[in-house]
Design a protein around this ligand. Sequence first.
Ligand code: F0G
Length: 425
Amino acid sequence: MTSPAARVASTAPEWLACVACGATYDVDEVRYSCACGGLLSVERPPGWAARLGPALFDARLASRADVDRSGVWRFREAVRDLPAEALATHPEGATRLYSRPALSDWAGIERLLFKHEGENPTGSFKDRGMAVGITQALRVGARAVACASTGNTSASLAAYAAQVGRPAFVFLPAGKVAMGKVAQTLAYGARGLAVRGDFDAALRLVTESCLRLGIYLLNSVNPFRIEGQKTIVWELLQDLHWEAPDWIAVPAGNLGNTSAFGKALREAHEGGWIARVPRLLAVQATGANPFYRSFAEGFRARHRVRPETVATAIRIGDPVSYERARAAIEATRGVVTEVSDDEILEAKRRIDGTGLGCEPASAASLAGARRLRAEGVIGPGERVVCVLTGHLLKDPDPARSAERALVEVDADPAAVEAAIAPWLR
Ligand code: F0G
């Protein structure tokens, strides 16, 4: 069924442009970087965004067609402008915004909202970029797809590859991926390699292997992944009736999201969809903080670190989207901060304790916002949206603290009373 809102003329040509030297390539050329080594970005002619906008996207909220219900393809002319039949969709996105007074109190931010990307079909925001990446893989006739991953990208890749019937290969840092993500990836049918090394090594390896073996690479160096991830921001703006918040906080690892958010905000502002641009807050773990280090020095140098953090999703020492993310921070008067593992776990405990729940890396957004509020960078009346990037069950281990352990009892009411009475006091 095609909704009336789906009948919109193709808006603008798309091409790939190098973010470093500006060289351009055909949109359907299979390449992951420019001849100069720079990252690629999907671009359109000046003024394209102004021909689209809130009225079209809002009309689709009433549709029952999968491509309109998808929180990615609802924005399709601004993501990848193809006929609806060509779009791969679970559907994905359409995640909600939440407020939790207990978390507002804890962070000292009264106007605080959470966008829960753990509500995506495979439990993380990765499904948004993957819907677009797999669509493009089909379009270029890829025989197989692959990625390196700290676990969420691999689960998402595996699910979308299964849906469209293509083999998927995932390269995971050996021993450093949360169990829920490994189980999910394998259950969807992907073949996995445990690479002796960290994520950064796995990414270098998969990139080289894809070029050597003719497999389509679906890490966030792939510019179509970024196009899909823009919709996290557009959807939250839509849910705020296109009234931009003051800040959007996001955990930062490989910097795909930070880049995508910057591009989403630039395009929404240029198109007149929003009147002003929110500031981005990218939050890293102290043990995996190369982007923070660069920011703290005014981006004088790019850093690489040996990563270590309890938030394994963002255990990344050499983020591939550094240049695009730097541009995003600069264009939004953004800030990069770092938070310790203890701060991440405390924030996660609080988020879990309100019934929202998230995986450790996701809680970095709240920990970072709280820190910036304490430092006075976030003002008292400012409105902040924290993105929770992944579901609690992705990485259940840190939730199992001594304080939260099960108490084993005999099947006997007296034993139950003895166990529960202290908690009722
Ligand atoms: N939060 C979660 C839950 C993630 O899985 C990731 C990245 C991030 C935040 C950081 O996002 O890389 O765009 O800065 N996970 C990737 C993966 C690396 O392989 O699943 P980023």
